[in-house]
Design a protein around this ligand. Structure first.
Ligand code: GDP
Length: 605
């Protein structure tokens, strides 16, 4: 069976399964891909594995051979498996169509020696967001101390060769990782013990170095796909095609690498692609795939095709692709199609993203490598726990013009004059301009890290602001003078008081509402049990020293106020505003209530 032919099953033609590999950096994604691909590469084309653009194709026959030992009698109804070559977020976030995934299945790689890591969790969240079914490859089992290599063996067979200590260590680590998944709200179990497929996610222990467990992984992928997604895998003639990457290739100009999921593409066909500056209408100049493996040494040249059928990874050359956006759909203009309607639907992908920009016009600027990752980042920023508004977006490297756009916030809301750059480069000129203007740039290749950086930055700004406004922030407090505790009547006034309500800080201005709001000075120091403290809370009995700001205003106990007078902090409109802006965290509901009471006493509108 040649690649990309279809197997007809009860009148249904199924297409190949599209699969991608995700996980934390260094968990072994690339190595696993090599391993899946590897064994047969040396044997040339014997296995029928073909290199496509951005993907490797494994025909069913190859998978059947490699899983023979599992005795599963893998009656495969799909023609094969198309594994996307770029492991990680990028390809996955691009394999999208109207927000859902074009990827039928994913392999989530977890390093058995490390367990769940930040990008594992992020991959997990992406997979959930796009409702993509996945299997967990618990990789690097050969790193368990004392592991006996069983090259390319099914995992159960390989486990039987191991001694007790290895099995024990394996079980310990497995248990820990199952717990970690549980913490993420996910039930997981070794795939051969999993009785509840669909509810419980399967784990396949693997080694990408010696190949143990890889047959199991392959078999699971095809069996699971055939069992649960016949409808999704049923081939349709209507073209379904997504742009994976936009690349400049010497001799070809800007090209797009696409995954054709359904239908056929022809040379000379008119296509519409979503572009940063609007829809791109162009004509397919060439449909290219790499040369077969044995001829891989023929560098820089591609095989040309008059037509190509799904599922395939293809490079398309055409004019005007410079501004094409990875992660959007490619549309073919048929003889009866209305080109204006096509343009509109091509831009729908972009509009779904634009609609997430904050209407207030206040917010950070977000820049990512692809539309898919932009969508994922915007989705993340919108979640209630994060809640960062976005005022502008960009795709591709950060240029000066992006800094200018983000700089607009400097006048509106300074802390939002920020670019959150996910998985993109920042040009030197852009960075220089940003420094000059005071625009902050945060770069990361883990979405969660961006959030962390931005949050830390906002916290920092808050702390700075607090320091600036510290002198003007007045917390609400009501004090009662304690009997026989007037230690000094004036210059400075030293009294024993009980904090009747609220919180008393050093620096708080004290006032006597009962005596026409006489101000008696600011708290210079507080002592609790003869020890100096920075503040006193409700119920505390402390000694306080009150110092007037200038001598003329010097007030005296017995003349300006007395035992029965209540002392309160002198709040103002401004001090309330400062508390609201910078001290929300320090203000409990109880303190807000007291503040409202004082506000009425001071008749502050
Ligand atoms: P990626 O960043 O997820 O693509 O990780 P790589 O595939 O580049 O692997 C990272 C490192 O781990 C490399 O040094 C690999 O050789 C090593 N590695 C990957 N898989 C395995 C495995 O199964 N066993 C062992 N011992 N090392 C592995």
């Amino acid at each position: 069976l040649a690649p990309n032919e279809f197997i007809e099953e009860g009148g249904e033609k199924l297409r190949s399964i599209i699969c991608c590999i995700m996980g934390h950096v260094d968990s072994g994604k690339t190595k696993l891909l090599d391993c899946i691909r590897g064994t047969n590469v040396q044997e040339g084309e014997a296995g029928g594995i073909t290199q496509q653009i951005g993907a490797t194709y494994f025909p069913a026959k190859n998978i059947r051979e490699r899983t023979r030992e599992l005795k599963a009698d893998a009656k495969l109804k799909v023609p094969g498996l198309l594994v996307i070559d770029t492991p990680g977020h990028e390809s996955f976030t691009n394999l999208r169509s109207r927000g859902s995934s074009l990827c039928d299945l994913a392999i989530l790689v977890v390093d058995i020696t490390h367990g769940l890591q930040p990008q594992t969790i992020e991959s997990l969240n992406l997979l959930r967001m796009r409702n993509t079914e996945f299997i967990i490859a618990l990789n690097k089992v050969d790193r368990l101390y004392g592991w006996k290599t069983c090259k390319n063996a099914p995992i159960v067979k390989a486990m039987k060769q191991q001694n007790k200590d290895v099995i024990n260590e394996f079980n310990l680590r497995l248990k820990k990782i199952i717990n970690e998944f549980q913490e993420q709200g996910l039930n997981t179990e070794l795939y051969y013990k999993n009785k509840d497929m669909g509810e419980t996610f399967s784990i396949v222990p693997t080694s990408a170095i010696s190949g143990e467990g890889v047959p199991d992984l392959l078999l699971w992928l095809v069996q699971w796909a055939q069992k649960t997604m016949v409808e999704k895998l049923t081939y349709v003639d209507e073209v379904q095609c997504t742009v994976l990457e936009v690349k400049v290739i010497e001799g070809h100009g800007t090209t797009i690498d696409v995954v054709l999921v359904n239908g056929e593409l022809h040379e000379g066909e008119q296509i519409v692609v979503c572009g940063l500056q609007g829809p791109i209408v162009t004509t397919i100049r060439a449909l290219l795939t790499p040369h077969p493996m044995k001829e891989l040494r023929v560098k820089g040249t591609y095989l040309h095709h008059k037509e190509i059928k799904a599922a395939q990874g293809i490079k398309i050359t055409a004019q005007g692709l410079e501004h094409a956006i990875a992660g959007t759909s490619l549309h073919v203009v048929g003889p009866d199609d209305d080109i204006e309607a096509m343009k509109e639907s091509a831009m729908e992908d972009m509009e779904s993203v634009l609609s997430r920009i904050d209407k207030s016009g206040e917010g950070v600027y977000v820049q990512t490598s692809t539309l898919g990752s932009l969508e994922a980042l915007l989705e993340f920023l919108k979640t209630p726990a994060v809640n960062i508004p976005v005022s502008g977006i960009g795709i591709g490297p950060v240029h000066k013009k992006d800094i200018m756009k983000a700089g607009v916030m400097l006048e509106k809301k300074k802390e939002y004059a920020t670019i959150l750059a996910f998985d993109v480069k920042v040009t030197t000129e852009a960075r220089e301009l940003a420094d000059e203007m005071g625009v902050k740039i945060f770069c990361a290749d883990i979405i969660y890290q961006l959030f962390g950086q931005f949050e830390a930055y906002i916290e920092n700004i808050k702390e700075e602001k607090k320091k600036e406004s510290a002198g003007e922030a007045v917390f609400p407090c009501v004090l009662q003078i304690l009997p026989n505790c007037v230690f000094n009547k004036r210059d400075p006034i030293i009294l024993g008081v009980k904090v009747h309500d609220g919180i008393l800080n050093i620096g708080t201005p004290i006032c006597v509402p009962g005596r026409e709001f006489t101000d008696i000075g600011r708290i210079a120091s507080i002592e609790n049990n003869h020890k100096p403290v920075d503040y006193a809370e409700k119920g505390d009995e402390v000694a306080i020293k009150i110092v007037a700001s200038n001598r003329e205003e010097q007030k005296m106990f017995g003349r300006h106020f007395d035992m029965e007078d209540e002392l309160v902090s002198h709040i103002s409109r401004r001090s309330i505003d400062i508390l609201k802006a910078d001290y929300m965290k320090e203000m409990s509901t109880e303190k807000w209530k007291l503040l409202l009471k004082l506000k009425r006493i001071f008749k502050i509108p």
